[in-house]
Design a protein around this ligand. Structure first.
Ligand code: 5GP
Length: 178
């Protein structure tokens, strides 16, 4: 694995190795396997960033389960001037089901809050959250994050699904901006 990489105009250094990531993924998977045995389980993966974590996580889930992928579309609301983030692409009926939202990183928790609001209205049996990464120093959300792979400091990171202006998602490790 490269120690230093360049994406566009910025340099990044390796901060979490591929094997540390895989250990974290395994820990999250075994907690889910333990807690969710016997549930009608649906994973909802938030694109784009969570695609790689979702793939590795799902390989380690030992019970029957489904997975679907959704996206957040951002648009400016003319009446409130705020940015509205709407969940698009959810075709499954989640009523009465056990849902696990799969996120790459939870920073302030604002995005997660929006996602939870939009899922709750469909009356699932329960919603849990699994994120590979959490920035605890920035997190202001009220939503409990049930499964956290690794806590990271408040710095901009890329790799393993996370991008910098479109680049870096393919990296096996996680890199921090210099
Ligand atoms: P939040 O709404 O929790 O503040 O932000 C969550 C979203 O911001 C993540 O899903 C991710 O898209 C983006 N994000 C937050 N921190 C980072 C980071 O360090 N690197 C990258 N590439 N994206 C981040």
């Amino acid at each position: 694995m490269e120690e230093k990489i360049k994406l566009h105009d910025r340099e990044f250094i390796l901060s979490i190795t591929a094997s540390q990531i895989q250990d974290a993924v395994a820990r999250v998977a075994s907690a889910i396997n333990r807690d969710m045995a016997g549930e009608d389980l649906l994973f909802i993966s938030i694109l784009n960033g969570a695609f790689m974590f979702t793939a590795d996580l799902l390989k380690r889930i030992g019970m029957n389960c489904q997975v679907t992928f959704v996206k957040l579309s951002s648009y400016r609301d003319a009446s409130s001037t705020g940015i509205i983030k709407e969940l698009i692409g959810l075709n499954e009926d989640i009523r009465g089901r056990s849902v696990i939202v799969v996120e790459d990183i939870v920073d302030t928790g604002a995005t997660l809050g929006r996602i939870m609001d939009q899922l709750t209205i469909h009356n699932p049996k329960q919603i849990r959250v699994a994120t590979l990464l959490l920035k605890p120093d920035v997190f202001k959300g009220k939503i409990p994050v049930d499964y956290v792979g690794l806590e990271v400091p408040n710095a901009f990171i890329v790799g393993y699904g996370l991008d910098y202006n479109g680049l870096g998602r393919n990296l096996e490790g996680i890199y921090e901006i210099v």
